[in-house]
Design a binder for this molecule. Structure first.
Ligand SMILES: *[C@@H]1O[C@H](CO)[C@@H](O)[C@H](O)[C@H]1NC(C)=O
Ligand SMILES: *[C@@H]1O[C@H](CO)[C@@H](O)[C@H](O)[C@H]1NC(C)=O
Ligand SMILES: *[C@@H]1O[C@H](CO)[C@@H](O)[C@H](O)[C@H]1NC(C)=O
Ligand SMILES: *[C@@H]1O[C@H](CO)[C@@H](O)[C@H](O)[C@H]1NC(C)=O
Ligand SMILES: *[C@@H]1O[C@H](CO)[C@@H](O)[C@H](O)[C@H]1NC(C)=O
Ligand SMILES: *[C@@H]1O[C@H](CO)[C@@H](O)[C@H](O)[C@H]1NC(C)=O
Ligand SMILES: *[C@@H]1O[C@H](CO)[C@@H](O)[C@H](O)[C@H]1NC(C)=O
Length: 214
C-alpha cells in the first residue's frame, strides 16, 4: 500500500462509518414508528411519541425508550410495561437493530411469537413478555438469541412443550414460564437452576425441580 492511498482509504472508512450510523438512526426511527402504528394504545401513552421533531436523538427522550447514546437515535432498551397496550408483537421491532432489552410486561398483547424471533431481535439480553395474553408454542428459535440473560414468559397462554434447545442458552440467569398451559419435560439448563415456582401453574410440566416425568 502506498502513502498516497491513505487519505482515500480514510475517506472511505469515514463514509462507511457515517453510512452505518445514519442507517442505524433511520431504521430505529422507522422501528418506533412501526411500533406505534401497529399497537393500540387506549390510554394514549404513546401520543407523546412525536415524530415531527428532528433534533438529534429526539427518540431517546420518548417515554419507555433508552438509547445507546442520548444524542444518537439508536435504541438500546424498550420498556413499556403496564401501559394497557393491545396488539401483537410488532414485527417492525426488527428495525431496532441494536435492541438489547424489551420489556412489554403487563399489557394486553396476544398472538404467537414469531418463529424467526432471533432474526428479528438477535442481541436481546432481557426479554420480558410476562403478564400478557401471548399464545401458541414458545418458539424453538429463541435458543438462537444467544445473549439472553433474562427470559420471562410467565402469566400468558403459551401451550405445548418448552423447547429443549432453550437449555443451551449459556448466559441465562432468569427463566420464568409460570401460569401458562405448558406440559412435558422441562429443559436441562446449563447456566441456571430454575426453581419450581418458575414452572408453577402449568398443567403437565415434569422433570428438573418438578416430579419426575413418567
Ligand atoms: C429531518 O431531517 C432530515 C435530514 O437531516 C430530513 O431529510 C427530514 O425531512 C427531516 N424530517 C422532518 C420531519 O423535519
Ligand atoms: C422496566 O421498568 C420496570 C419498572 O420501572 C423495571 O422494573 C424493569 O426492570 C425495566 N425493564 C428493563 C428491561 O429495563
Ligand atoms: C386475555 O384474553 C382473555 C380472553 O380473550 C380476556 O378475557 C382477558 O382479559 C385477556 N387478558 C389480558 C391480560 O389481556
Ligand atoms: C420473519 O418471518 C416473517 C414471516 O415468516 C418475515 O416476513 C420476516 O421478514 C422475517 N423477519 C426477519 C427479520 O427475518
Ligand atoms: C438457529 O439458527 C440456525 C441458523 O439460522 C438454524 O439452522 C437453527 O435451526 C436455529 N435453531 C433453532 C433452535 O431454531
Ligand atoms: C399465577 O397466577 C396466580 C393466580 O392468578 C397468581 O396468584 C400467582 O401469583 C401466579 N404465579 C406466578 C409465579 O406468577
Ligand atoms: C445448581 O444447583 C446445584 C446443586 O445445588 C449446584 O451444584 C450448581 O452449582 C447450581 N448451578 C448453578 C448454575 O447455579
Amino acid at each position: 500500500m502506498t502513502t498516497t492511498n491513505k487519505p482515500m482509504i480514510i475517506t472511505c472508512l469515514l463514509m462507511l462509518i457515517h453510512l452505518t450510523f445514519s442507517d442505524g438512526a433511520d431504521t430505529d426511527v422507522a422501528c418506533l414508528k412501526a411500533f406505534k402504528t401497529s399497537i393500540q394504545d387506549p390510554k394514549n401513552y404513546l401520543s407523546s411519541w412525536d415524530f415531527n421533531t428532528n433534533t438529534t436523538g429526539y427518540i431517546c427522550r420518548f417515554i419507555g425508550i433508552q438509547c445507546w447514546h442520548p444524542d444518537e437515535n439508536r435504541v438500546l432498551n424498550i420498556n413499556l410495561s403496564d401501559l394497557g397496550l393491545v396488539g401483537m408483537l410488532p414485527v417492525g421491532l426488527a428495525k431496532c437493530t441494536s435492541l438489547t432489552g424489551l420489556d412489554l410486561s403487563g399489557n394486553r398483547l396476544f398472538g404467537h411469537l414469531p418463529s424467526n424471533i432471533s432474526k428479528m431481535l438477535p442481541f436481546l439480553t432481557n426479554l420480558d413478555l410476562s403478564s400478557n395474553n401471548f399464545s401458541g408454542q414458545i418458539p424453538r428459535d429463541l435458543a438462537n438469541c444467544s445473549f439472553l440473560n433474562i427470559l420471562k414468559l410467565d402469566n400468558n397462554r403459551f401451550s405445548g412443550r418448552i423447547p429443549v434447545e432453550l437449555g443451551r442458552l449459556s448466559r441465562l440467569k432468569e427463566f420464568n414460564v409460570a401460569n401458562n398451559s405448558l406440559y412435558g419435560q422441562v429443559p436441562v439448563f446449563k447456566s441456571v437452576n430454575v426453581s419450581a415456582e418458575s414452572y408453577a401453574g402449568n398443567p403437565g410440566l415434569c422433570g428438573g425441580p418438578l416430579p419426575r416425568c413418567r
